[in-house]
Design a protein around this ligand. Structure first.
Ligand SMILES: *Cc1c(COP(=O)(O)O)cnc(C)c1O
Length: 352
């Protein structure tokens, strides 16, 4: 109870999303838990997810995250999605972490006890081997008995125009059909929702969708429930008189006597500062505006007419229906950035 703000994740929502997504894909999930499980809490989410029958494994972005998930000893594979440096390969292989491979040099540098997922760059131009080089790398890994999976990543699968996603899929199929059978995976959340069942794909990697969010044109394809509820504590209630300004820069002036609640959640906790003068929060179930500049550690909410008291919780997004999507809109950003930006001071927890 020492934290001013709490990010509580609903186990039921997470489990339901995982089941629905796996069902739609006809595949098991390699669940992305990178970036502190999209802000929800790496260990909390990894434990719930690993106990889910539709989850094959957990995907992370950094060696540190890989070590943290491995230390939980959850009995499911951990896959690193970005290339390790040569000196990181041995320690990660010792932990059983599956390593991405995108070149012959990397394939040859892998220790004999490593397991590899061949990364094919089919058009994202970020990581992996080009399709024309990938087959040789995959065969080299297979000869050494190290090849467990092959994967690619879509650049535009969350957009309405899927022509480039289909082209990426065509390039990917050409590679994995030339390799011995291994676990193939390509779909992120956008790809999973828009492309549905994909022949030959054993796994899918929905991130944001698993946490409850779909691109606008794909909403309703699969029933998804937002997992996180973010609330923070009222620390003071006071009155601003007509004509007085509130917060840095005096951007807002009280048109009449206004009751203000000061709440312990600010941009250092991940609330977008760009949402200043646009954002709303839920106070006792009612939408109320944030007044004046959003500060580092706090913000002020117009609670005129409500008998709010210090110690009460105000909801910034979640169960009561104010969405991360709205917050992202006010903050001129995307749900990914709002969720992954939830700060270190915010206490994570699980609710049923
Ligand atoms: C982050 C990531 C995903 C998940 O993407 P979403 O858009 O959140 O579904 C899948 N695959 C890779 C390689 C990623 O880096």
């Amino acid at each position: 109870m020492l934290s001013r703000a709490h990010a509580l994740s609903s186990e039921a929502a997470l489990r339901g999303n995982l089941s629905a997504l796996a069902g739609h894909a006809g595949a098991r999930l390699l669940l992305p838990v990178k970036a502190n499980a999209y802000g929800h809490g790496l260990a909390l989410v990894s434990r719930v997810a690993a106990a889910h029958p539709d989850v094959w494994g957990l995907a992370v972005a950094t060696p540190r995250e890989a070590a943290q998930v491995s230390a939980l000893a959850l009995g499911k594979p951990v896959v690193l999605l970005t290339p390790p440096t040569p000196d990181e390969m041995g320690p990660l292989a010792d932990l059983g972490v599956r390593l991405p491979v995108g070149s012959l040099a990397e394939a040859d540098a892998l220790p004999a006890h490593a397991r590899a997922h061949l990364k094919v760059d089919t058009g994202m131009n970020r990581l992996g081997a080009r399709p024309e080089e990938a087959v040789a790398i995959g065969r080299r890994l297979a000869e050494r008995g190290l090849l467990e999976g092959v994967y690619t990543h879509f650049a535009t699968a969350d957009e309405e125009d899927l022509s480039f996603a289909h082209e990426q899929l065509r390039r990917f199929r050409a590679v994995f059909s030339a390799l011995p059978p291994v676990l193939a995976h390509c779909a992120n959340g956008g790809g999973l929702l828009s492309l549905g069942r994909l022949d030959g794909m054993a796994l899918a990697r929905p991130g944001l969708a698993s946490y409850g969010f779909a691109p606008p044109h794909l909403r309703g394809t699969v029933p998804l429930t937002p997992v996180m509820t973010l609330s923070a504590t009222v620390t003071q209630v006071h009155t601003a008189h007509a004509g007085e300004s509130v917060s840095y820069g005096g951007l807002w002036r009280a048109p009449r006597e206004t009751t203000l609640a000061t709440v312990g959640f600010g941009y250092a906790d991940g609330y977008p500062r760009n949402a200043t003068l646009k954002a709303q929060v839920l106070v006792r179930g009612e939408r109320r505006p944030i007044i004046g500049r959003i500060c580092m550690d706090q913000c002020m909410v117009d609670v005129t007419g409500l008998e709010v008291r210090p110690g009460e919780q105000v909801e910034f997004w979640g169960a009561q229906g104010l969405t991360v999507t709205e917050v992202a809109g006010w903050g001129e950003t995307v749900e990914y950035e709002v969720l992954t930006g939830v700060g270190e001071r915010v206490e994570r927890g699980l609710v049923e």
